[in-house]
Write a protein that binds this ligand. Structure first.
Ligand code: ADP
Ligand code: MG
Length: 614
């Protein structure tokens, strides 16, 4: 850029503004470019300061090699780069940047102040630009490294500034970018500050620790390491156990040579490895790192560089899928018996574990019995159920998913014969039994009704929870040992927006550190459901419906809680429990569908049976 010849300066600035549209789409793109430059400069510590989601300020301070006084100005020229000098270099690039246009583009649409110094220099340089025009350059005393402040992004392009989304949404994008970069470089130290508040500080650590630092300790014990050498290079990282799978927002990351990439094709390979291990509508987390020769990938296919083409994609696909599957298998996550998925946890169809269930003692029907008390259905507090209570769903998963080898002889076809035994109960006329620990079967004169036990209970709880939301009564049950809810930075914003609904339901929270809360009380009747997971799932469901009004939010909260606390498939029910469920179902008008819209019951009439067997 020249100060003396306006004719050249103007088109250049305009050209840079246009180029900026490609590189600088939103504040998060600026953060990405500046942090990647800092990494390329060999920094070990990078501090990021943001104001107003990046509208007012994006500042990145590093302790890298810095720039000379000349370079501090040259760096802002289009195609200025210290990283390539000939076209072939493009194919062998190991650094983050490669086009030499990021700084020129950023400077064209903002006010930039750069302070930088190299280790051997006594003084550093301070360079100021406005809209791409050099305003000042002077020598200053500063630390070794680079301190780049980008102010008033898009101040000179009002249309672009208006196009920015809400601060919440723009900041979320920034967090996403920072998350990707910090995961790609666990050995570097990072901190992120927003509006004067430090959101996190990550000390140098290994990959596993970095994942836990970012995703929260809830991921602890749920990550399995993978490692394989391929024709392309090395694949390492971590994949989640099946129990870490979630319906929404599973953290899924691919990195190639320390750069985050999106790769739908490889995503499919990982997805395939989880087939039949997780419900079809859930996703397992993964953090997978490819280390490859730079010449074997093409990073130039997308301006923001998150899409990368590999030379041998077709050959890598099966290797990737196999290594993930093998890892899950070694960790015993792959069951030997195939099972039905639906909305149930992973439980084999024939439950040999039930051999422990002794004949149930005779219990007379108690209409006042409330299965929704926390000591309800699964606790055996009525003395009717000697089967070992499960404390939470993780435990349910581990105990149920490892069937004992012995199969009780009289339990052919998976029928729970003992459920026919209680014939002394005369208060109910129909015969009720459980089938496959998944269905309640009712024999009446009219026919046979088969009810999905989880949906049935969900429907009952849903109506109970909805009533709670409209009443002023408190339904909290204090926890003797508060549970810690650790949230990622993104989850925290979402949590704040659903806290009111959760509190109305009976949850009580206390702030506990920067990104943590203590759950000090849970809704009465939550039963054995894991409080932390319940909160996360409720947040997930509400997040899916950002436009929901107050009533819809209530329904969604009740639905999430009901789904979480309802009995699941795999749970043995006593006859009394089944009759109670049926009675309570009739109190909510025998709703035909569970709150998520799936049918609860199917009836086979005598006619239908007769037609079939004649
Ligand atoms: P690229 O990164 O593609 O080379 P940029 O426009 O992002 O292009 O940066 C231009 C040049 O400025 C870089 O090649 C590098 O020499 C220098 N530079 C930018 N940021 C830094 C930094 N934080 N520390 C040291 N040098 C930097
Ligand atoms: Mg760059």
């Amino acid at each position: 850029m020249s100060d003396t010849c306006c004719i050249h300066v103007l088109p250049e600035v305009v050209a840079n503004q246009i180029a900026a549209g490609e590189v600088v789409q939103r504040p998060a793109s600026v953060v990405k470019e500046l942090v990647e430059n800092a990494i390329d400069a060999g920094s070990t510590q990078i501090d990021i300061y943001i104001k107003d989601a990046g509208r007012t300020l994006i500042q990145v301070i590093d302790n890298g090699i810095g720039m000379s006084a000349d370079d501090a100005v040259t760096a802002f020229l289009p195609h200025a780069t210290s990283k390539i000098s000939k076209a072939e270099d493009l194919f062998e690039l190991a650094t983050m940047g490669f086009r030499g246009e990021a700084l020129a583009s950023i400077a064209a649409v903002s006010r930039v102040e750069l302070r930088t110094k190299q280790a051997d220099d006594e003084l550093g340089s301070c360079v100021c630009l406005e809209g791409g025009n050099l305003e000042s350059q002077e020598l200053v005393a500063c630390n070794t490294g680079t301190n780049m402040a980008v102010r008033d992004l898009f101040y000179n392009i009002p249309a672009r500034r208006k196009f920015l989304k809400s601060n919440e949404s723009e900041f979320k994008n920034i967090v996403q970018v920072v998350e990707q970069i910090t995961l790609a470089h666990p050995t570097l130290q990072f901190s992120l500050h927003h509006n004067g508040q430090m959101l996190f500080k990550l000390l140098p650590e290994n990959t596993h620790q970095r994942i836990l630092s970012l995703m929260g300790k809830k991921m602890d014990g749920k990550l399995l390491p993978i490692h394989v050498e391929t024709i392309l290079g090395t694949i390492t990282g971590y994949v989640g156990t099946p129990e870490a799978a979630v319906k929404r927002g599973a953290p899924q990351f691919f990195f190639v040579n320390h750069r985050y990439i999106q790769h739908p094709y490889f995503n499919k390979a990982v997805q395939m490895a989880y087939e039949k291990l997780i419900a079809t509508d859930t996703r397992a987390p993964y953090f997978i790192y490819f280390d490859v020769e730079p010449a074997k990938i093409d990073v130039n296919i997308h301006p923001t560089k998150t899409e990368v083409r590999f030379e041998d994609e077709k050959a890598i696909f099966p290797i990737l899928s196999a290594v993930v599957r093998e890892t899950l298998g070694k960790a015993n996550a792959v069951p030997s018996i195939d099972f039905d998925q639906d909305d149930a946890p992973f439980i084999p169809a024939i439950q040999t574990a039930s051999t422990q269930t002794p004949k149930i003692p005779k219990v007379s029907f108690d209409p006042a019995y409330n299965p929704f008390k926390s000591s309800g259905i699964s606790s055996g507090s009525t003395g009717s159920n000697n089967h070992k209570p499960t404390k939470n769903w993780e435990e349910l998963y581990t105990t149920q998913n490892k069937p004992e080898p012995k199969v009780e002889e009289d339990r052919t076809c998976g029928w729970d014969n003992h459920l026919w035994a209680d014939k002394q109960d005369t208060t109910q006329e129909c015969k009720v039994m459980q089938w496959k620990k998944k269905y309640v079967v009712v024999l009446t004169d009219q026919g046979i009704q088969v009810l999905h036990q989880h949906r049935l209970h969900t429907c009952i709880l849903y109506h109970q929870y909805l009533k709670r939301l409209d009443s002023t009564e408190r339904y909290s049950m204090p926890l003797l040992f508060p549970e810690v809810l650790e949230l990622s930075v993104q989850e925290q914003a979402l949590f704040v927006s659903v806290q009111a609904e959760l509190s109305a339901m009976g949850f009580e929270f206390e702030p506990f550190g920067k990104t943590m809360y203590q759950i000090t009380a849970v809704p009465d009747g939550l039963g054995d459901a894991n409080p932390v997971q319940t909160v996360l799932d409720t947040m997930g469901l509400l997040q899916l419906h950002p436009q929901a009004g107050a009533d819809k939010r209530k329904q969604l909260t009740a639905q999430a809680l009901a789904e979480k606390s309802a009995i699941k498939a795999g749970k043995t029910l006593t006859e009394m429990e089944m009759k109670l469920l049926l009675q309570q179902w009739s109190n909510c008008n025998q709703n035909a569908y569970s709150p998520n819209g799936k049918p609860i019951a199917v009836t086979i009439t005598e006619n239908e049976i007769e037609n079939k067997i004649q």
